[in-house]
Each structure stands twice: as structure tokens, then as C-alpha cells.
Design a binder for this molecule. Structure first.
Ligand code: FES
Length: 100
């Protein structure tokens, strides 16, 4: 399944539900990313997390996740979160959750 969505402002996030999955759209310094909206440490939504560079910080205990790979940094969790491919066309994004 894919979803078409307008771009969002820099360094903001937007929670989405696509095909029943919780997805977080992030704009990190002009680049959009789509990630699983759930911290792999204690199942907390990441939507209030701060974006720094191409990382998002979990609002609860501060684990940083790479927005490109989903890999965490630090000792609290070693489990990556899911990331989803995005295509950009003009002001529109297509988030692709096919086969993931
Ligand atoms: S719940 Fe996210 S770092 Fe603990």
C-alpha cells in the first residue's frame, strides 16, 4: 500500500496511520523520512521526539534513532525501528509500505 501526502515543514513530524500501521513522517532539514512511530525500547510513540540532524530522539528516555536506517544509538535498545521508502514529486510524497 502507498499513501500520498503533502510535504511537512522542516524539523517537524506528522503521525499517520497507513494500512493500520503507525507511521511517523519526519522532515529533517528538508529531507523527508517515514519511520515506525514506536520506540523499540518501551513502545512509546516517537511523534514528540526532537529531530537533530538525521536522528529523532525518543521523548521518554532519549534513545536516538537514525531516520534513514532506523538503527538506535546508546545502550537502552539494540532493536532498529522500521523505515519506509519515500518518493518525492514536487510538493507531494509517496510513502510506500508495500512488502514491509
Ligand atoms: S521508551 Fe524510547 S527510549 Fe525508552
Amino acid at each position: 500500500m502507498t499513501k500520498t501526502q503533502k510535504k511537512i515543514p522542516e524539523n517537524t513530524t506528522l503521525p499517520l496511520i497507513i494500512d493500520g500501521r503507525k507511521i511517523l513522517l519526519c522532515n529533517a532539514n528538508g529531507t523527508h523520512y517515514a519511520i515506525e512511530n514506536n520506540c523499540s525500547h518501551q513502545d512509546t510513540p516517537l511523534e514528540r521526539g526532537r529531530i537533530r540532524g538525521n536522528f529523532i530522539c525518543c521523548p521518554l528516555h532519549g534513545v536516538r534513532f537514525n531516520l534513514e536506517t532506523g538503527e538506535p544509538m546508546g545502550q537502552l535498545t539494540k532493536k532498529a525501528i522500521q523505515t519506509y521508502p519515500i518518493e518525492e514529486k514536487g510538493d507531494l510524497l509517496t510513502i510506500n509500505i508495500l512488502n514491509i
